[in-house]
Design a protein. Structure first.
Length: 94
């Protein structure tokens, strides 16, 4: 039987102010997941966290207590011609 995972997604946003370098981190909260299962999580649908700023570059980091496979998909709907980007990450030795 596969062990469940406790993982936490975090978002990093590019600062808007001119001349400011670095990123602003916003934690999303812990997620508990049973082993060998999928979770479909939309960052724009999370409760009790600040909303994703529209039109601002951002990155995501997933931290977990056990190795997990993460597929991150982003739909860019800013214009009529939609763009879909999907990335797959598999845990490895750090």
């Amino acid at each position: 039987m596969a062990r469940g995972a406790h993982w936490r997604p975090a978002r990093y946003f590019h600062p808007v102010a001119a001349g400011v370098l670095g990123a602003v981190h916003r934690g999303v909260g812990a997620v508990q997941q049973a082993g060998q299962r999928t979770v479909h999580l939309r960052f724009d649908g999370l409760k009790d966290v600040e909303p994703v700023p529209r039109g601002r570059p951002c990155a995501s980091v997933i931290e977990s207590d056990v190795p997990v496979v993460v597929q991150h998909t982003r739909l860019d709907s800013r214009q009529a011609e939609f763009a879909l980007l999907s990335t797959l990450a598999i845990a490895g030795d750090a």
